[in-house]
Design a protein around this ligand. Structure first.
Ligand code: HEC
Length: 270
């Protein structure tokens, strides 16, 4: 696990360079793990088959009588029955829509969102951990490749915001952004990640936050959010300057259009 920490105070940006080099080789590339995999570089279907589909789901999704005709009993079947295939329960959605985890029925069924038909999967539980679901999200965001970790652009795979104080209108908030591949710590700058807040009559830069990068997840903790703030916005690649890079030095695809670059915006309403 890689862990980087940086406190940002934009008045006088203190980029202490903490963690630079940690887990990276002399060329700044991620150090390979023993089995030659680069887990930060995305997840493979083979890994998902081994840890999720082939072990947990095959209790039911096996053979010709598999529920909803969805067979997950081999890597080939999981690919063939998931990727680009119409969902039985909601035919306007694909089970896996490559590049779009939020529009994939599989993710809705795993997270138990309130727009699904039938039960949350695995039916009857125990349900997958968010970490396991994030692996599936990353695979989909990376284009749901049949083999390898894919050549699709690196995207935001999931965002979550949590209050870190008890106030109804939080003065502290942690926004975690989960990327489909690890991002490059050194590319995190006030241009690549910026936070704004809006009040009834203005939009201002919020410059009091700290950042923690753990593998593929960036935790942004916002402190002392002004009491009159109505909305808080986290922007990635808001300007073309110094964009956010992944570990392969590819620009993060903020707008998920399969081309490098483009802005991503997350809005929290207080
Ligand atoms: C205990 C049996 C059981 C297990 C385990 C199980 N499922 Fe299911 N699954 C079902 C049944 C039954 C349905 C159809 C009824 C429903 O959706 O509630 C279903 C439906 C689905 C659907 C909807 C398919 C469509 O096209 O409409 C998806 C997606 C799905 N399961 C994925 C999974 C995944 C992924 C796992 C493993 C993490 C899993 N299921 C584990 C029984 C199971």
């Amino acid at each position: 696990m890689k862990l980087f920490f940086l406190a940002f105070f934009f008045a006088g940006l203190a980029s202490c360079g903490a963690g630079s080099g940690k887990g990276l080789d002399e060329r700044g590339l991620p150090v390979k793990t023993d089995d030659g995999n680069e887990p930060e570089n995305g997840v493979t279907l083979a890994q998902l088959q081994q840890t999720v589909f082939g072990t947990i789901c095959t209790n039911c999704h096996t053979g010709s009588n598999a529920p909803r005709g969805l067979r997950l009993d081999s890597e080939e079947n999981s690919y063939a029955f998931l990727v680009g295939r119409t969902a039985d329960e909601i035919p306007s959605l694909m089970r896996v829509n490559p590049g779009k985890p939020d529009d994939s029925y599989l993710i809705k069924k795993l997270e138990g969102t309130n727009d699904i038909v039938g039960g949350r999967m695995p039916l009857g539980g125990p349900y997958l951990s968010q970490t396991q679901i994030d692996l599936v999200r990353s695979w989909i965001a990376n284009g749901a490749p049949r083999t390898g970790t894919g050549i699709a652009t690196t995207k935001v795979a999931r965002v979550n915001a949590e209050k870190t104080d008890a106030n109804e209108k939080p003065s502290q908030l942690t926004v975690d952004i989960h990327f489909s591949r690890a991002v490059k710590f050194e590319s995190i700058t006030p241009e690549s990640i910026s936070v704004f807040y809006t009040t009834v009559d203005e939009r201002k830069l919020l410059d009091n936050f700290s950042l923690l990068l753990v593998d593929k997840t960036l935790f942004i903790t916002l402190h002392n959010i002004p009491t009159d703030a109505i909305q808080i916005e986290v922007n990635i690649n808001n300007s073309e300057l110094n964009p956010l890079l992944d570990q392969n030095n590819q620009i993060v695809d903020g707008d998920a259009d399969e081309h490098q670059g483009g802005g991503y915006r997350y809005v929290y309403t207080r």
